[in-house]
Design a protein around this ligand. Structure first.
Ligand code: ADP
Ligand code: ADP
Length: 232
């Protein structure tokens, strides 16, 4: 089975005059161990699609699966468990807790779930993320790129079915962005992690295996093995 799948997904916000159709029957599959970028103009439905896939937003019609789990059939408790155990998130704003060290931030979602990472896997993630002795520092003592690498490690350490990344390089300069994207690409290539990333940046999309283009709530194009030039 695919790591994530949308089948005939419609999303309508509001009602009457204020009604907005954000997704119009989207079908999409995200194979295990693949890195997909979602691109498209502002307002085309990228965030909505990602939120529907991750169980952060309900769909109006259609079905969403994460692995074998039908997200659209889950109640509140099931959705909480899905977000906790099956999906990881990386946000544009890093979303780290300022009072915790980098290492504590990385372990926090698993601690909340009452779980501990496999020690060998934890070491692998820590070594690859390249923070060295900064693991004991708080977010304010780290650069943006380092903070985002902490957020990447936090998402990766639980080995979720899918990591959803929403403009992960939006607040980074190109060098820090390249480091974060390289880390994400390596986690796909070396460890079979599945990643779905929303981005505006053709250069960021060129790190993915595939680009899906959205326009006005529909998938209008798809590109395999993108390069920055081919995305433009
Ligand atoms: P993108 O991520 O591609 O910029 P979005 O998924 O954020 O697009 O938005 C798609 C459409 O849905 C836009 O017209 C947007 O205004 C609308 N929309 C998004 N979220 C909401 C919401 N919570 N309430 C009403 N309309 C929304
Ligand atoms: P945006 O990218 O549109 O500025 P955010 O990235 O801050 O928004 O958050 C996107 C959505 O994900 C919001 O609806 C928010 O409530 C939800 N969210 C933020 N952080 C988490 C989290 N750690 N776990 C689950 N949902 C989250």
């Amino acid at each position: 089975t695919a790591a994530a799948r949308a089948e005939g997904v419609w999303k309508v916000y509001g009602s009457g005059e204020a009604q907005v159709t954000a997704l119009r029957g989207v079908n999409a599959e995200f194979a295990r161990g693949r890195f997909t970028a979602i691109m498209g103009p502002s307002g085309s439905g990228k965030s909505t699609l990602m939120h529907c896939l991750a169980g952060l937003d309900s769909v109006t019609r259609g079905e969403v699966f994460i692995g074998d789990t039908e997200v659209t059939g889950l109640g509140d408790a099931g959705l909480t468990r899905l977000r906790r155990d099956k999906v990881g998130f990386i946000f544009q704003q890093f979303n780290l807790l300022p009072t915790l060290t980098a290492a504590e931030n990385i372990l926090l979602p698993m601690s909340i779930a009452g779980r501990k990472p496999d020690p060998e896997w934890y070491r692998t993630v820590i070594d690859t993320v390249g923070l060295g002795d900064r693991l004991g520092h708080r977010p304010t003592q780290l650069s943006g790129g380092q903070q985002q690498r902490v957020a990447c490690a936090r998402a990766l350490v639980a080995r979720p079915e899918v990591i959803f990344a929403d403009e992960p390089t939006g607040n980074l300069d190109s060098r820090a962005g390249a480091e974060v994207l390289g880390f994400l690409r390596d986690s796909v290539r070396d460890y079979g992690q599945t990643i779905v990333m929303v981005t505006h940046d053709p250069n960021a999309a060129s790190y993915a295996d595939r680009v899906v283009f959205l326009a006005d709530g529909e998938i209008v194009d798809e590109l395999a093995n993108p390069t920055a030039a081919s995305v433009l």
